[in-house]
Design a binder for this molecule. Structure first.
Ligand code: SME
Length: 163
């Protein structure tokens, strides 16, 4: 396994995703444990883009429970339909929040968070088994391009980890 990620082209976020994908594939290859793979994916995304917080919440009963993450400490449990994460789970769709202060019910784990993206993770049976949550300390930091790339990464995680 490589000791660190390598990026030669920082000209755009799209080019960083392009270089990240094969490195992430290699990192996940040969490991099937979901905690190990979610933890490495969180670390890789934070290293690649310098986001404030990158992590996962996993569905347990009628709540999302904090899983592997990188960044400041965060709330442990989020109810179905609550906050951005619980809303993404309920709607079964990726949520881009350009300004967290304008999202009714946003759960503020860090006062530095300004914008957020949450991607539902669909398990092999088609149900939502968790969400990927990324927070930025910059307003309006996430685009549809992030959404599609992060959805690809979530699918990669499901395939590699048998989620
Ligand atoms: N802001 C999220 C809660 C999780 S933290 O951002 C890590 C939400 O509103 O669901």
């Amino acid at each position: 396994m490589a000791e660190s990620l390598t990026f030669t082209n920082h000209s755009s976020r799209a080019s960083i995703y392009e270089e990240l994908f094969p490195q992430l594939e290699a990192l996940l290859a040969g490991e099937t444990d979901p905690v190990a793979n979610l933890a490495n994916a969180a670390a890789a995304l934070r290293e690649a883009f310098g986001f404030l917080w990158v992590g996962f919440y996993l569905v347990k009963g009628n709540e999302l429970v904090l899983g592997p993450f990188q960044g400041p400490i965060a709330c442990s449990r989020i109810g179905f339909g609550h906050g951005v994460c619980g809303t993404s789970w309920q709607r079964q769709e990726t949520m881009i929040v350009p300004n967290v202060d304008e999202f009714p019910g946003h759960i503020a784990c860090s006062s530095s968070s300004r914008s957020e993206i949450v991607v539902p993770i669909f398990g092999s049976d088609g149900s939502v088994i968790g969400v990927m949550d990324i927070d930025s300390d910059r307003l309006d930091d996430f685009s549809e391009n992030d959404a599609s790339n992060l959805e690809t990464i979530c699918n990669m995680l499901v395939r590699s980890s048998g989620l």
